[in-house]
Design a protein around this ligand. Structure first.
Ligand SMILES: Nc1ncnc2c1ncn2[C@@H]1O[C@H](COP(=O)(O)OP(=O)(O)OP(=O)(O)O)[C@@H](O)[C@H]1O
Ligand SMILES: CC(C)(CO)[C@@H](O)C(=O)[O-]
Ligand code: BAL
Length: 285
């Protein structure tokens, strides 16, 4: 597996991989890889001849008081895991390679980026959309794989790709991969490693509370009461605060206050021991 830090070299590698008509899939990440990321790589390998993984801790998607500096960086370990999965190349640019001096563009995806994490993390999805658009232009993949764990991110990327003509038939098809969970149900996330033992044990209240809430909504309980109860149960379990716990249309992410009549999503972000965890689950409509 080639580890590439220069855009010039990336372009050369991509054209070599494509020379015989092979297809290329991209798996964008911020590194600190876990089984969730590797599942994306495996899904990509099944659908494309070659997989290019990217590792870039993108400064423009972090707010001023967020964990940009603390975010785990372990390139050698990540590279070994990707190599094991048969990844063709790892694109790991430095910040200056991605954002050379004078960089001054930004992509804003209105609507779908505005509530939920977009409301709690101003500018976050502008940073995500801009860097993902750059990654697509740098690699020009046939397929791109993202996790459903970041449901709103996936919706933002799909909207951007539609709006800016980045999707098939001429360019990139975007594939969402279901959330990979720990044995107790907690969604895998690089940030789980911030949790101490007590908070890690308490964090299981998030998926458990969500499952309970979905069962209650499905059986006809009032949505607003169920969501209020979910928030209370998270605080009782040891979460410090709940940024949002909301039912929404699965595609448009428009909030819903009543039992859904078409596929919906329960989305939650909550903080425990200084760590912000997100999760989402399907709610049948
Ligand atoms: N548990 C998971 N299951 C499926 N996909 C995942 C999972 N965790 C992350 N991904 C996906 O991997 C890609 C890279 O995500 P990222 O590197 O931010 O990892 P992360 O674990 O989500 O980290 P963070 O703690 O920053 O949220 C994204 O498309 C993300 O949705
Ligand atoms: C898509 C992404 C790699 C863009 O930096 C990031 O937001 C992530 O890891 O989910
Ligand atoms: N997994 C989403 C990237 C972020 O939280 O910045």
């Amino acid at each position: 597996m080639q580890i590439i830090h220069q855009l010039k070299m990336l372009r050369k590698t991509v054209s070599e991989l494509r020379a015989d008509g092979s297809t290329v899939a991209i798996v964008p990440t911020m590194g600190a890889l876990h089984e969730g990321h590797l599942t994306l790589v495996r899904a990509a390998k099944q659908r494309a001849d070659h997989v290019i993984a990217t590792i870039f801790v993108n400064p423009t998607q972090f707010g001023p008081n967020e964990d940009l500096d603390a975010y785990p960086r372990q390139l050698a370990q990540d590279a070994a895991m990707l190599e094991e999965e048969g990844t063709a190349a790892l694109w790991a640019p430095a910040v200056e390679e991605m954002y050379p001096g004078g960089f001054s563009s930004s992509i804003r995806v209105a609507g779908v980026s505005e509530g939920f994490c977009g409301a709690d993390r101003p500018g976050h999805f502008d940073g995500v959309a801009t860097v993902v658009c750059k990654l697509f232009n740098q690699v020009r993949p046939d397929l791109a794989f993202f996790g459903e764990k970041d449901w709103q991110q996936l919706a933002v990327i799909r909207q951007m790709a539609r709006d800016l003509d980045l999707m098939l038939p001429e360019a990139t098809d975007i594939i969402g991969v279901p959330t990979v969970r720990e044995a107790d149900g907690l969604a895998m996330s690089s940030r789980n490693r911030y949790l101490d033992k007590t908070d890690r044990a308490a964090a299981v209240a998030l998926p458990n509370g969500m499952k309970h809430a979905i069962a209650a909504i499905t059986s006809g309980d009032a949505v607003t009461e169920v969501l209020a109860q979910l928030q209370k149960s998270l605080i009782a379990a040891g979460f410090a605060s709940v940024d949002y716990a909301q039912l929404a249309d699965a595609d448009s992410l428009k909030p819903l206050d009543t039992k859904p009549t078409k596929p919906a999503r329960l989305l939650v972000a909550a903080r425990i021991g200084g760590t912000r965890l997100i999760d989402n689950m399907a709610v049948p409509g």
